[in-house]
Design a protein around this ligand. Sequence first.
Ligand code: 5AD
Ligand code: SF4
Length: 466
Amino acid sequence: MHTHTPFTNLAFCVRTFGCQMNKHDSERIAGMLEGLGALPVESIEEADIVVFMTCCVREAADTRLYGQVASLKNTPLRAGTPLSKRVVAVGGCIGQRDGERLVEELPHLDVVFGTHNLGSLPRLLEAALEEGGHHVEVLDAASSFPTELPTAREHAWAAWLPITVGCNNFCSYCIVPYVRGREKSRPLEDIVAEAEGYVAAGVKEITLLGQNVNSYGRDLYGSPRFAAVLDALDATGIERLRFATSHPKDLTDEVIGKFATLRSLMPALHLPVQSGSDAVLAAMNRRYTRGHYLELVRKLREALPGIALSTDIIVGFPGETAKDFEDTYRLVDEVGYHQVFTFIYSKREGTPAASVDDPTPRDVIQGRFDRLVDLVQQRAFEANQADLGAVVDVLVEGASKRDAGLLAGRSPKNQTVHAPLPDGVSAGELAGTVVPVRIDEAKTWYLSGTLADDGAAGHAGAADGR
Ligand code: 5AD
Ligand code: SF4
């Protein structure tokens, strides 16, 4: 950095709650602040500027944010800081939803921004640094797709690439369309240009992001063109391609077919079902049936027999009966997911479902939830047994958190894989490379094995690993 900016030599820290879109937005914030000369630090205590990227999709993140911001008031400044007061900013979904209300409740908060004006953050922070006072800016909609912001990626070998922002689906429980706005697609050329830049920089894995990637392009081109995005990304030469999230009503046969034909597309799909009951699905405004969903699962497995499926489920949606829940339970049993994210319904003010009263006692809902979690774990354990004895290609992320002598990485099916590091090789040296691992233990949440000695074995593994 040659030019001096108000950010030169200030330390910043970004705390992220919620989904991958938020994590990606945080990388863009880090990219902007680093570009202005600020230095990233790990801890809030060490930071002069703290940015919270927030989520209001579920209650837990909401409560945690207010607690964390409040506790900052009593956190001493770091030694040697040029500031007399730490600068605190809140952005993302809660910033968008609560705006001015946030600074009323948390008076030591300096900056609030929303989901549509990430790019304004440096200007708002600069005003707070120079003038003090509150700086709140929340827009109703984005003027354009926020394509041009730099990113500071968490891992050099993996990148998130947003292709749409916002959502038009208005599922009756969901706050996202209100805080992220209507769906906006990014032009295909922009997406491809960003992906080509990543490939040239040595990125191994790209994850395409959108609230509903399957409807990509409807606003720009009149009809969805997600399959074309997948083709174009594959053609960039990227090693691993993933995407999230898919709405079952928009997942086409053409896209399903890509799992069989595209070299880079990893054999894993997150396909949120939310409920296995037709009555609940209708009340949720999901616009598909249990039968349609199961048909999609059948087609996916026909296209790619080993595909690993994951899903989201809400337990205790208003009006969910014991029979509705049994339908969900049976669906989870039938599909045999590799992973299920289970949530207890929580009311989001302003959504249609928030005005529906439900007499079902909390402990009944908790009982359903606990039963479902047991089943999810049992089925995940069973799904992982399919890989026993296989050699799978693992993209190494680093050392295992529990044992520094083990490498940790991801299989094509997105399972966590552990294996002992070879003598004299550090996890850091292997991070970002793909190594073949022979699986000799399959647990509920991870696989473990040993490095397979030659590259040829890795190749055979890649073929049957798919
Ligand atoms: N209550 C509980 N879970 C919710 N989700 C979204 N809104 C709510 C809510 N109000 C879950 C859905 C979605 C995931 C990201 O969060 O399962 O797929
Ligand atoms: Fe929310 Fe439904 Fe849109 Fe997903 S598809 S973000 S659940 S409204």
